[in-house]
Design a protein around this ligand. Sequence first.
Ligand code: ATP
Ligand code: MG
Length: 563
Amino acid sequence: MNTENHIESGAPLDFIRAIVADDLKSGKHRQVVTRFPPEPNGFLHIGHAKSICLNFGIAGENDSVCHLRFDDTNPSKESTEYVEAIQRDVRWLGFDWGEHLYYASDYFDRLHDYAVQLIRMGKAYVCHLNADQIREQRGTLTEPGQNSPFRERSVEENLELFARMRAGELPEGSCVLRAKIDMASPNIIMRDPVLYRIIHTSHHRTGDKWCIYPMYDFTHCLSDMIEGITHSLCTLEFKNNRALYDWVLDTLNTPCHPRQIEFARLNINYTVMSKRKLLQMVNEGQVSGWDDPRMLTISGLRRRGYTPASIRAFCDTIGIGRKESWIDMGVLENAVREDLNETAPRVLGVLRPLKVVITNYPEDLVEEFEGQNHPKKPEMGARTLPFCREVYIEADDFLEEPPKKFFRLAPGREVRLRYAYLITCREVIKNEKGEVVELRCTYDPASRGGTAPDGRKVKGTIHWVSARHAVAAEIRLYDRLFTVEHPDTDKERDFKEFLNPNSLEILCGCMLEPSLAGATVEDRFQFERQGYFCLDARDSALEKPVFNRIVTLRDTWARIAEE
Ligand code: ATP
Ligand code: MG
């Protein structure tokens, strides 16, 4: 869909798309070029998906390109593992950067030359204050900063010192290169910001070639400029950095000057979004890895069973705004629910099995019933469900003393086994602890398919699986990772204090209909009455399938909130 189609479809343009459309219309740009600039210091999360959908979306709508650029300027935190994971995740989301894969580290030589140029212009200097001193002398919102004692040294001296920084002659932390702007600027970012620091660490791409690394604010604008980016979209916390972005490009009088535009980052409740915190949970073992199905990383959502389409639809729903806001976790869950409601075949699976013996059903008989794969989509076909004398039903579909509105199985009660027969509970078998372990029922042979021949009303319909044919599986049920809406906004308490101890429930010995023996990792199913499920890509094995519950059929948290 290009921007004009966007208008025709009636959807109003967000403010960034409106700017892009104006710039194309006015002829300011003949083509737009955007970029997605992750730092390879962790896996991508759902917040990044918002930025990916925006940047690649705008490019796609305008027959244009979006670059994937790794912002790899801090070798102490970055790695090739992350570079690869990020590419995999962007591709999986459905986006393609074509030949436009770049690394800020590709520009280290040019960035260095630009820094030298600033020194020659008298616009940058080597400063020996340490990080604390720089902070102390920076001033506050109400007070100007103080000039560094090294601010007025000569161009020659600066060139020599910078060369020594580069040559590895100076230890880490001994000095930095700073821009010479204005220590009294009302914008604190403009008070002689650091452009380069010394880090004696091997870089995952440039090895030991460099021991000075450029800061984000110096790297980003120049990388955008080098690549001919037209619209550099970033989140609101960079609003004050825009002045520096523009200062660097203006001062160096570069041939092109991209426009930085800020939008509101995605915040979702009941989770944490920062890579630093996600990494902490991975390292401390609170989750099983970056792809733990409870994590809102792209790889976690993927393993959980989310579809790329559902994540893109979610990003579309939340839109692009200029003000910070919180999105309810239920909105994300609903996006995958709506997608799978259309596309996932229905199957029968029993999570907590209770055995039912149908005493008047012949020992050796096996009948087959046909189950529709989708109630509203006959084109999705049907599969056969074998039926025999012993079946499993869901343990909580039976109650010995049913309350008023319970229409499922109880002593003497008749229910419908979905697609199969009406059965009546005749006898309840218990173990020595008094727990119900088996039911003896009879079936009405005349009710084949589930309708009574005499038209008698049977209210309850329950799902079941033939004991002889069932596929045994492990099922993992997930809940939100945190018990409170904003786990990381309390300054006094660590976000991990709010971890939900019940966020993972593992059920063993679940019984699934035999068609699920052929499931692949890409398949997603609706287990009737239980939610949407998929095979776990990491732990599932042929002899022992493991299914993840992607999402429940209804928003149970919304109900809790109402109560
Ligand atoms: P985090 O704060 O989670 O560590 P980051 O901003 O440091 O994320 P980057 O790798 O620098 O991570 O982000 C790459 C791009 O994704 C940036 O343009 C950034 O603005 C954008 N981005 C990161 N988090 C969000 C978010 N929650 N919502 C929207 N965009 C985001
Ligand atoms: Mg960042």
